[in-house]
Design a protein around this ligand. Structure first.
Ligand code: KG4
Ligand code: ZN
Length: 358
C-alpha cells in the first residue's frame, strides 16, 4: 500500500511516499523537503505570512516530485496523509486544503496527522529507499498498552515527554511551560549573532569546544522544573544567558560563543536526561524514542544514548535527515491512523499550536 504524506506546518514544505507491506514494514520511497530558511533568515525567525505564501508556491511542485521519485501517481495511492495540527494556522491550511482537494479529486481517503506524533513515527520506518544509497534503518518495535514506549519530542515548536501505548494512543507526561527547546537554542543563537535557526550552529560551536578538550565553566539554571513534575521551563535559562551576555557587553566584553554554546548544550541535555530518567523509572518503559529537530543535536544524542545504556532500555533516534520537519514521518503516521480507521471527514480543518497538542 502506498501513502503520500504532506507537511506544511511551519517553514518546510514537504511531501513523501511510504510503501507499507502487508507485514506493516514501512519503506520510504521518496522524501522531498523544500526549506524556507533562506526566506526567513533576515527576520531572525519564521514570518507566518511569508511561510504560508511560500508553501502555496512550492506545494504542487514538491508533491509532484515526491510522486515521480516514488514512480507512482495519485491514482495508485491508498491514502493521503496531511499534518493538520499543531503549527502555524496559515501554513497548515495550505497543506490541508491541497491534500483535501487532491484526495477528493482522486477518490483517495484523506488522513489528518498530528505533527508531534508524526515526529515519533519517523522511528518506525524500516528502510529508507529514498536515501542515496538506500539505507536499512533499525525500526522501533511497535508499543502496546502493556509495553508502552517513552517518547521525547523536542523541536522548535514543541517539547514533550509522552507515553506511547500505540502509534496513535498517547498520554502527555510532561511538557514545556513556556518556550520549546529549539526556540531556546534559536533565541540564544540570535543574541550571539548566529544565523537562524541557531540550533545547528550552536551544536557545531559546542562540538568544537568539546573537541578542544575544554569543559565549560559557566553555570546555567536547569530547564527541568524542580519538584515532582516532568515539565520543563526554558525561559529562565534563556533570560539568564541574555542577562549574562548583556552584562558582559555593557562592560565592553563579548562572550566566548563556543563556551556559551557548550554550557547551554550541556545544561539542556542534563535537564532532558534528568527528566527522562525519572519518566523511565515512573513508567517502567523498556523502549525510549527521541525525535524532533533538536534530537539532531550531537551532544543530546550522546547524552540520551548514555542514559538508555545506563537504564538498559532500547533507544530509537531517527537518522539526522528525519529529525527535522519532513513528510516521511507524516506518511508513516498516516499509515498507523489508517490502520485504526481514522479517515478525515471532508470538513478537516487546520488547528493551530496552542489550540491542540495531542
Ligand atoms: O522539528 P523541527 O524541524 O521543526 C518544528 O517542528 O519546530 O525543529 C526545528 C528546531 C529548530 O529550533 C532548530 O534550531 C532545532 O530544531 N535544531 C537543532 C539542531 N538542528 C536543528 N537544535 C540543536 N542542535 C541541532 N543540531
Ligand atoms: Zn516538527
Amino acid at each position: 500500500m502506498l501513502i503520500l504524506g504532506i507537511e506544511s506546518s511551519c517553514d518546510e514544505t514537504a511531501a513523501a511516499v511510504i510503501e507499507a507491506a502487508e507485514s506493516g514494514r514501512l519503506v520510504l520511497r521518496s522524501s522531498i523537503v523544500a526549506s524556507q530558511t533562506e526566506l526567513h533568515k533576515r527576520f531572525g525567525g519564521v514570518v507566518p505570512e511569508i511561510a504560508s505564501r511560500a508553501h502555496t508556491e512550492a506545494i504542487v511542485r514538491i508533491t509532484g516530485e515526491a510522486l515521480e521519485r516514488a514512480r507512482t501517481s495519485v491514482g495508485q495511492l491508498s491514502a493521503i496523509g496531511v499534518t493538520y495540527t499543531p503549527g502555524l494556522i496559515g501554513a497548515l491550511l495550505v497543506g490541508v486544503n491541497f491534500a483535501k482537494a487532491l484526495a477528493y479529486s482522486a477518490g483517495v481517503p484523506l488522513v489528518g496527522v498530528n505533527h508531534i506524533k508524526a515526529h515519533a513515527a519517523a522511528t518506525f520506518i524500516a528502510t529508507d529507499a529514498a536515501a542515496d544509497p538506500p539505507e536499512q534503518l533499525d525500526p522501533a518495535p511497535l508499543p502496546t498498552p502493556d509495553s508502552p514506549a517513552l517518547v521525547l519530542v523536542a523541536s522548535g515548536g514543541h517539547t514533550s515527554i509522552l507515553l506511547m501505548r500505540s502509534p496513535t494512543q498517547y498520554e502527555t507526561l510532561g511538557r514545556t511551560r513556556d518556550d520549546a527547546m529549539g526556540e531556546a537554542f534559536d533565541k540564544i543563537g540570535r543574541v550571539l549573532g548566529l544565523p537562524y535557526p541557531g540550533g545547528a550552529a550552536l551544536d557545531r560551536l559546542a562540538a568544537e569546544f568539546f573537541a578542544s578538550g575544554r569543559e565549560p565553566t559557566l553555570s546555567l539554571p536547569s530547564a527541568a522544573i524542580a519538584g515532582d513534575t516532568l515539565d520543563f521551563s526554558f525561559s529562565g535559562l534563556k533570560t539568564c544567558v541574555l542577562d549574562m551576555v548583556n552584562r558582559l557587553r555593557m562592560k565592553g566584553g563579548e562572550p566566548d560563543p563556543a563556551e556559551l554554546a557548550a554550557a547551554l548544550t550541556v545544561t539542556i541535555a542534563d535537564s532532558v536526561v534528568r527528566r527522562l530518567d525519572r519518566a523511565l523509572e515512573l513508567t517502567g518503559a523498556r523502549t525510549l524514542i527521541a525525535a524532533g529537530g533538536v534530537t539532531a543535536n550531537s551532544h543530546l544524542r550522546r547524552a540520551i544514548t548514555e542514559l538508555a545504556g545506563r537504564r538498559g532500555v532500547r533507544l530509537h533516534l531517527p537518522p539526522l535527515r528525519l529529525c527535522g520537519d519532513n513528510a516521511a514521518m507524516v506518511a508513516a503516521q498516516a499509515y498507523f491512523e489508517l490502520m485504526e480507521g481514522n479517515i478525515a471527514p471532508p470538513s478537516l480543518n487546520g488547528v493551530a499550536t496552542g489550540a491542540s497538542e495531542l
